[in-house]
Ligand binder design. Structure first.
Ligand SMILES: NC(=O)c1ccc[n+]([C@@H]2O[C@H](COP(=O)([O-])OP(=O)(O)OC[C@H]3O[C@@H](n4cnc5c(N)ncnc54)[C@H](O)[C@@H]3O)[C@@H](O)[C@H]2O)c1
Length: 372
């Protein structure tokens, strides 16, 4: 295998910049043998693409993403466009023999997620999804504690994901309020907690969900109002087959919450707490310890792969660092190593859960997930 990986990036918004930063930094942070070469960048117009290519350090630019996919110098494609575009772009890239790093959610329609997983299998290429939160060294620590039995047999888990970027009723209508982007909070937020469950405890085998919409319409740029087609709130009761009951709540209109992913895991011998707003720490309670209180553990170089960023404990990693770790894991997967990634088959499990939740809301009943 060549030591250079030609990178193509489609989309240059919020996530596009995160991918670009990750591709720029990954070699220096991890000292990878394979080095990324920023080859081609695409956005909706050549002008916009050229400007971002210069900012991010890409050689070529295009207003037509298909040209990027046809480029023989591109080995791996980062897809950071709105949800509805993921299937077409990911499948085209896989069919052209490229590896794919696609943002979550995988797809809006379940059938498209299935097509993406099939294309990945058929291509023999690596195809992963942007479930960056599983990369946090503190989440890895939680996994190690669960495996070591620190809190005994897990019996209950609660996860809340809240942000306030859509909390203002006067915030302009944009693609996340369109039905073409999916159900709303389920595809946008709930998929992240599901990736954490997938990683730590397994995905739900049974769900009961309710979705809600605080604002039925939003103002448009043109000064009119447009009906909102997605739900900003989702509440889910769930069970995981091995005796774990759970609650999952997501709200992207939650004033005051900036990046909350609050996890509480309760077991027979203790509990573990974590919140993404304080992503460099976790708290553990062990039953029977004489002080009977939570112990706070601060992230440091002993919590892999923190040590690749800074030698000093307690100085903290940030969101973009999770993307750098995710990029490193992608490179490891491409090198044939057993990497910590959510590939398209695992992503399909998450999509199955989300669609079962939407069905539960529509039918007002528990839905079993047979292929969890
Ligand atoms: N992993 C995470 O934590 C996380 C966080 C936020 C968003 N996301 C996901 O990332 C994706 C993008 O979200 P965002 O917030 O970056 O959106 P955004 O609106 O900020 O950026 C989207 C980009 O895609 C470009 N684009 C749109 N249509 C295109 C086309 N036909 N060809 C080329 N480029 C096109 C836009 O011009 C823009 O540059 C979504 O799927 C979202 O769910 C993931």
């Amino acid at each position: 295998m060549s030591d250079t990986l030609g990178v193509g990036l489609i989309g240059t918004g919020y996530m596009g910049k995160c991918h670009a930063l990750a591709w720029n930094a990954v070699g220096a942070v991890f000292g990878t043998k394979i080095r990324s070469s920023l080859v081609h960048l695409a956005d909706i117009s050549e002008g916009c693409a050229r400007q971002k290519a210069d900012e991010f350090g890409f050689k070529k630019s295009t207003g037509d993403w298909r040209k990027l996919i046809e480029d023989p110098e591109v080995d791996v494609v980062s897809i950071t466009t709105p949800n509805a575009l993921h299937p077409e772009m990911a499948i085209a890239a896989l069919e052209a023999g490229k590896h794919v790093w696609c943002e979550k959610p995988m797809a809006v329609q379940l059938v498209d997620a299935e097509r993406m997983a099939a294309a990945a299998r058929q291509s023999g290429k690596v195809a992963i999804l942007g479930y960056n939160y599983i990369q946090n060294p503190m989440i890895r620590q939680i996994g190690e504690h669960l495996a070591a039995g620190t809190i005994g047999q897990v019996n209950h888990v609660r996860i809340e994901m809240d942000e306030d970027f859509m909390a203002d009723p006067e915030a302009l209508f944009y693609w996340k309020s369109e039905a073409s982007s999916g159900f709303g909070a389920l595809d946008d937020f709930v998929v992240h907690p599901l990736s954490l469950l997938l990683n730590l405890l397994g995905t739900p085998t049974r769900v009961f969900a309710h979705q809600a919409n605080p604002y039925p319409s939003r103002p448009t740029r043109e000064g009119t109002h447009r009906e909102v087609e997605t739900y900003d709130i989702a509440n889910v009761l769930f069970e995981i087959g091995n005796g774990i009951s759970g609650i999952l709540a997501a709200n992207r209109s939650a004033w005051g919450r900036k990046g909350r992913i609050a996890i509480q895991i309760f077991g027979s011998a203790g509990s573990i707490l974590y919140d993404q707003e304080r992503m460099n720490e976790l708290q553990i309670y062990r039953a029977g310890e004489h002080l009977a209180g939570y112990t706070t553990i601060l992230a440091g170089p002993k919590h892999s792969p923190y040590d690749h960023f800074i030698p000093a404990p307690g100085h903290g990693l940030g969101f973009n660092d999770l993307k750098i770790i995710e990029c490193y894991e992608l490179i490891r997967a491409i090198s044939g190593e057993n990497a910590r990634v959510v590939d398209f088959d695992a992503g399909l499990k998450i999509e199955n859960c989300v669609h079962a939740m939407a069905r539960s809301h529509a039918e007002g009943r528990w839905i079993e997930i047979t292929n969890a």
